[in-house]
Unconditional design. Structure first.
Length: 185
């Protein structure tokens, strides 16, 4: 089966399948970079998309941000193999250490739910944090498929993030659907 546009989202609570326009395919990856990578690879083989959109929720590091953001760059925030490579870089890896798209915000991906300040995130200029985008962007890059990511801010990446995320996880759907309509016109 082929599709022009494939949406990859971690959880159905973030974006309901039945809310999407007809002809738009969605896959749910589950949480984390390994789940996102595996799902992205399988979905690319199944749907042969010409373009990938990622939608999901994020915690904000930059206190001035809110709402729906378009991500322009993603890095790994949890790859820490010092002294073999600086934090964020995978040692002995020939793949890029960051991936670029059309937005303006920087997302740090990692397999942890951020609940405390991390000076490294600030020093890198990270705006928001998630748990899947680096893997999705890596797989898209490897398959030469353009990608875009839209993230809805649910929390402040602090001690109340778990509760805040649970309360707000579904708030971004309508904002993303509005953006999606403008993309597929």
């Amino acid at each position: 089966m082929k599709t022009e546009l494939l949406i990859i989202t971690a959880l159905e609570t973030e974006l309901k399948r039945d809310a999407l326009p007809s002809g738009v395919e969605i896959v749910y990856s589950g949480i984390g970079k390994i789940n996102a990578a595996m799902t992205s690879i399988k979905a690319i083989h199944q749907y042969s998309p010409k373009r990938i959109l990622n939608f999901g929720t994020v915690g904000k590091i930059n206190p001035e941000l809110h709402g729906l953001l378009e991500i322009g760059k993603v890095i790994q925030r949890d790859m820490d193999a010092e002294p073999l490579a600086p934090r964020g870089n995978t040692p002995f890896c020939i793949r890029p250490q960051e991936y670029l798209s059309t937005g303006q915000f920087l997302c740090g991906s990692g397999d942890s739910f951020v609940t405390a300040k991390d000076p490294w995130l600030l020093s890198q200029g990270v705006d928001v944090v998630d748990m899947e985008l680096f893997a999705i962007a890596t797989v898209a890059h490897e398959h030469r498929i353009p990608w875009q990511s839209f993230k809805y801010i649910t929390d402040d990446a602090n001690e109340s993030s778990g509760t805040d995320w649970g309360d707000r996880v579904h708030y971004g759907q309508d904002l993303f659907l509005e953006k999606l309509r403008s993309i597929i016109r």
